[in-house]
Design a protein around this ligand. Structure first.
Ligand code: PHE
Length: 341
């Protein structure tokens, strides 16, 4: 077969192969096969050497024309194949508006924050304003200024995280009482929500950090009746029903008298159940009338002014409210637990 016949034949082969391929990838390999250094077109070029010198220019031109022609076929096919690939993809990826949507994950506030925020809202509604005390404070604000004797057991290293001999992590929010008395004049009607720290063994019932809200009111003629009324109103609003309260004598160095406040069990209404451990009552906070020594140290004259204070643990309340078996669940960040609130 002559060289010019073979050129014609190659064109036919190429066009047949081209018409059969379907993807851009196939086209790339076809190009490689024909136009590569070891491909058939290059082979024809090499054969030119053995042609006679008067045939060579014509045959050379034929091969070059073939090359250009095939190349432009490739370009056209590529455009066609790409268009059909795109069309196929668009058909395949059609959006189905009847499919159910993917559920979005919504975060929400932590159950402790939820309760804290609600209590703060209620108390703001009752005329209290928020003050935040420092988490790290001195011995004076946490103990001394609150009438703790120098040898009071709460000052023990076993109960308190000391940062050095003077500084510590506050064990209660009562430190804000001392700060507030220094900074503002009565009437003082303040709540102090925040974190507290105690050097205790972590267990189902106690943790090394937790939250409290402290509330106190100092003015002329503040009486026990004011504390009583405030407790009734606050606990009824927080628990969403009219509650009965009970005050039991207790001891805190910074109040006199000191009290433990109970509310009638919201679950059994006082009959006795697992929640109230059959007692019919839930312990909700410590409270009392601010000790004259504390007022004096805060430069407030106890002959003119008096005040009440109470302090409540938020985790403890949340545990009661939701019957949570273990305080550690609040800090484990398990979404199966947290997303229930
Ligand atoms: N600070 C006390 C505690 O942490 C609670 C309390 C506050 C008691 C105010 C009386 C008055 O247990």
């Amino acid at each position: 077969m002559s060289l010019s016949e073979r050129i014609g034949q190659m064109r036919e082969h190429f066009l047949r192969e081209l018409s059969e391929l379907a993807t851009a990838k196939d086209l790339e390999s076809l190009k490689l096969k024909y136009f590569g250094k070891k491909g058939p077109i290059q082979a024809l070029m090499l054969e030119l050497k053995s042609c006679s010198s008067d045939e060579r220019p014509l045959l050379g031109k034929m091969i070059n024309d073939l090359k250009e022609e095939l190349f432009s076929h490739c370009e056209h096919s590529l455009a066609r194949v790409k268009a059909s690939e795109m069309e196929e993809r668009l058909n395949r990826e059609q959006i189905d508006p009847t499919l159910p949507g993917r559920r979005r994950f919504y975060g929400r506030s932590h159950p402790v924050s939820q309760l804290l925020d609600r209590a703060v809202d209620i108390l703001i509604g009752m005329g209290f304003s928020v003050r935040l005390g420092p988490n790290a404070d001195t011995d004076y604000y946490n103990f001394g200024g609150l009438n703790f004797a120098p040898d009071h057991p709460a000052r023990d290293m076993q109960d308190t995280f000391y940062l050095n001999t003077e500084w510590l992590l506050r064990t209660h929010t009562s430190n804000v009482q001392v700060h507030a008395m220094e900074e503002i004049e009565p009437p003082i009607r303040v709540i102090a929500p925040g974190r507290c720290f105690r050097n205790e063994t972590v267990s189902a019932r106690s943790h090394v950090f937790f939250h409290q809200i402290e509330g106190f009111y100092i003015d002329r003629n503040v009486s026990f009746a004011d504390l009583f009324a405030t407790m009734e109103e606050f606990w009824s609003k927080l628990l969403g029903e009219k509650v009965t309260t009970r005050f039991r004598p207790s001891y805190f160095p910074f109040v006199e008298p000191g009290l433990e406040v109970d509310v009638r069990c919201t679950s059994c209404k006082g009959k006795g159940c697992r929640l109230c451990k059959q007692s019919g009552w839930l312990e909700v906070c410590g409270a009392g009338m601010i000790h004259p020594n504390v007022l004096k140290m805060g430069n407030i004259d106890p002959d003119v002014y008096s005040g009440y204070a109470w302090g409540m643990g938020i985790e403890r309340l949340a545990i009661l409210q939701h019957e949570i078996p273990d305080i550690r669940m609040f800090t484990q960040n398990d979404l199966r637990f947290l997303s229930q609130f």
